[in-house]
Design a protein around this ligand. Structure first.
Ligand code: ADP
Ligand code: MG
Length: 236
């Protein structure tokens, strides 16, 4: 694969439970190329979140090696893994956790505060990210004035405002109705094409799967199937 950005080599993850251990991931091998729009798919409990958390350097493998942008996750110091996440990896979760007392603008701006960016430049970047998701007119609203779909779109803007190389989205449509699910998938596909961001989803939602170019099937912590999807070209 040319230009791989994520490389998972013989990764096993075990969690201590009671007096024993539970194997959540078992000998996973997987490469993701730069600019892919791919998903980890499989039933609840199959290990999707565990693998996303390792790739996002929120957790590390028990055995094997997970490399993200050429860096081995288990060898990073606390500070280095925080830096990798802050600069290069965006996260979107099922529950988007916007800060209720701040405006939409401020919620997105927080993602940039840790970086040393002048206020005028910050404002430009935040408004651009809100335009990406079609919410520029909502900038001064508080999160409780938003619908669920709009809230998740703010979460996408918050994750994308840093222009991360990798966007990890854990069941991003789980709380959305069909119309909003399609809307946010179209938004993310557009960002994938325009910014060349690598997207990795975890999902068991058929609507999400229909947009993905690659379905990586997990079953009981094992990689069961790795499927490239051919989409029909529609040019009308
Ligand atoms: P999915 O995201 O596909 O639903 P998860 O990765 O969350 O699956 O979990 C995979 C399995 O690992 C599940 O059986 C879950 O109960 C178990 N698991 C996940 N995290 C922990 C943990 N911290 N301690 C013990 N077991 C865990
Ligand atoms: Mg999960």
């Amino acid at each position: 694969m040319k230009d791989k950005i994520i490389s998972i080599n013989s990764v096993t993850k075990r969690f201590p439970v009671g007096n024993g251990e539970f194997t959540a991931l078992s000998n996973i091998n997987l490469q993701i190329g730069r600019g892919e729009f791919a998903g980890l798919v499989g039933p609840s409990g199959s290990g999707k979140t565990t693998l996303l958390n390792i790739i996002g350097s929120l957790d590390s493998p028990t055995e094997g090696k997970a490399e993200v942008m050429g860096r081995s996750i288990s060898e990073l110091s606390h500070k280095e893994s925080a830096r990798l996440r802050n600069l290069h990896i965006g996260f979107i979760f099922q529950v988007y956790n916007l800060l209720p007392v701040y405006t939409v603008f401020e919620n997105v701006e927080f993602a940039l505060i840790l970086q040393d960016i002048a206020p005028a430049e910050r404002k430009k970047r935040v408004m651009e990210a809100l335009e990406w998701v079609g919410l520029e007119s909502m900038a001064e609203k508080k999160p409780d004035k938003l619908s669920g779909g709009e809230g998740q779109r703010v979460a996408i803007a918050r994750a994308m405002v840093k222009r991360p190389e990798i966007l990890l989205a854990d069941e991003p449509t789980a709380n959305l109705d069909a119309k909003n699910a399609h809307h946010i998938m179209k938004t993310m596909k557009k960002l994938n094409e325009e910014l060349k961001t690598t997207f990795l989803f975890s999902t068991h939602d058929e609507k999400v799967m229909s947009y993905l170019d690659r379905l990586i099937h997990l079953e009981d912590g094992k990689l069961a199937q790795d499927e490239i999807v051919e989409h029909e070209m529609s040019k009308q």
